[in-house]
Design a protein around this ligand. Sequence first.
Ligand code: NAD
Length: 338
Amino acid sequence: MDNKRIVVTGAGGFIGGHLVADLLRRGCGNICAVDCKPFDEWYQFFEQVDNRKLDLSGKEACFEALQGADEVYNLAADMGGMGFIENNKVLCMLTVLINTHLLMAARHHEVKRYFYSSSACVYAADKQTSENVIPLKESDAYPAMPEDGYGWEKLFSERMCRHFREDFGLETRVARYHNVYGPHGTWDGGREKAPAAICRKVIQAKLSENHEIEIWGSGNQTRSFMYIDDCIKGTQCIMESNITEPINLGSNQLVTINQLVDIVEKIAGIKLRRRYNLAAPKGVNGRNSDNTLIQKLLGWQPSIRLEDGMEKTYRWIYDQMTAGPARRAVSGALARNV
Ligand code: NAD
């Protein structure tokens, strides 16, 4: 890899942390990792990188972060699973400041390429009313009726990327991520998503001997889940491509939430009583990714089976839950020296 400067925003989070790790593996020697969290809260932290703690909702911080940048991966967002986005619509929508200021800074600093992490939450609600959902193709985002709050912000920011490209010649690339999961992600605290939450609940049940699990919704809602390694590979393929329109990046292996619980129970070697909380946030009834376009244009398809990715995720969360503070400190220190 040449010495181009690559800025990763949201680098203290789940996908950003994995992206920095992968760029290092690929030999990139000029990475700037940015997040607003204190360094000791970053999910992965690499000493050899130019790490910056900056609140990117501010314009000045964005101009500082992108100074000298050749490429930008914008993964910074105030977000979480359904429990968070249904109850924090303002916070989700305020993320618009991050992408807007970053685009302005990218234009100013003549960044060569800019990646934006959009979401399947941009898709119109009336196309996701049934569990037997027809996989969502890119054109299904319009006429617009996205997820309230979070989805509107994503759709607006997608268009902002488009217009910076059309009006100012900034090369933008946009992926619509469908549920990404894996180790080194949020697994408790209220922002976690279904795969991590289910792993945590199953582990809690196993450790506590209270063999019951609460499931949000009827458990019949359907989703697809993409393992983090597939996401990182796909992200870089999209960044390097000539695809200027938003494109799906997700798995098309559709499962019900009940089936996801089955998978985790099998990994844990346990069977739990299921209690359904119909009042809890559960999102749309069905959502799947139509991968026709990305397969055709990039030959990309997910390579990791849900069962295998969930096994790795379960093991990692199990370690987090059972490690004492001393062991956590040691593994944190090890991660810093990777
Ligand atoms: P994450 O919450 O783990 O990471 C986001 C990071 O952004 C966090 O570390 C957070 O501290 C940082 N951040 C928030 N506000 C900031 C600010 N003002 N300045 C600087 N940093 C700030 O989330 P993730 O799962 O890694 O998601 C990365 C991107 O992918 C986000 O844009 C998200 O919306 C998108 N996405 C993720 C998924 C998924 O399943 N994980 C699905 C669809 C889209």
